[in-house]
Write a protein that binds this ligand. Structure first.
Ligand code: RP5
Length: 162
């Protein structure tokens, strides 16, 4: 299968260093994705078109990252039934708490699965997307299990002086 199953969208080019963490995770686990800049404020028509066509294009998960007045994940969730995972991008002014609250507090009926602020949240968004896809894909499930086992095996039992 070569068409993208995951859409990684972000409000700005400046979000890419964070959102690349999600892309790296999908690369590691062999999931086909696309990446787009889609701003809720600067390109609202692009947001609308993306949401309108997401399901029919075969996307199964959308990972949406934004910072500040981070309306992109919520607006995307309002436009498509494809599950949206939100990544609050860290901001200079408020440390990403603004992004977090903007994404987290969705009204009943339009959920966004909100991750942690910043790079760890983006990486976990990738893993969450893989976990969802793995429910229907045994080979992917096996790769995810192996990835998780390798991570566990890499954690030392004792701390060392650095
Ligand atoms: C948001 O505004 C973007 O998601 C980004 O996190 C933030 C700042 O964007 P730039 O001014 O760097 O383009 O819409």
């Amino acid at each position: 299968m070569t068409h993208p199953l995951v859409g990684i969208i972000m409000g700005s080019q400046s979000d890419w260093p964070t959102m690349r963490e999600a892309a790296d995770m999908l690369d590691q686990l062999g999931v086909v994705y696309e990446k787009r800049i889609v701003s809720a404020h600067r390109t609202p028509d692009r947001l609308w078109d993306y949401g309108k066509t997401a399901a029919t294009r075969g996307l199964q998960v959308i990972i949406a990252g934004a910072g500040g007045a981070a309306h992109l994940p919520g607006m995307m969730a309002s436009k498509t039934r494809v599950p949206v995972i939100g990544v609050p991008v860290q901001t200079k002014a408020l440390g990403g708490v603004d992004s977090l609250y903007s994404i987290l507090q969705m009204p009943r009926g339009f959920p966004v699965a909100t991750m942690a602020i910043g790079a760890a949240g983006a990486a976990n968004a990738g893993l969450m997307a893989v976990g969802i896809l793995a429910l229907q894909d045994p080979a992917l499930a096996a790769r995810l299990d192996a990835w998780r086992a390798a991570l566990s095996a890499a954690i030392p039992e004792e701390p060392v002086d650095e």
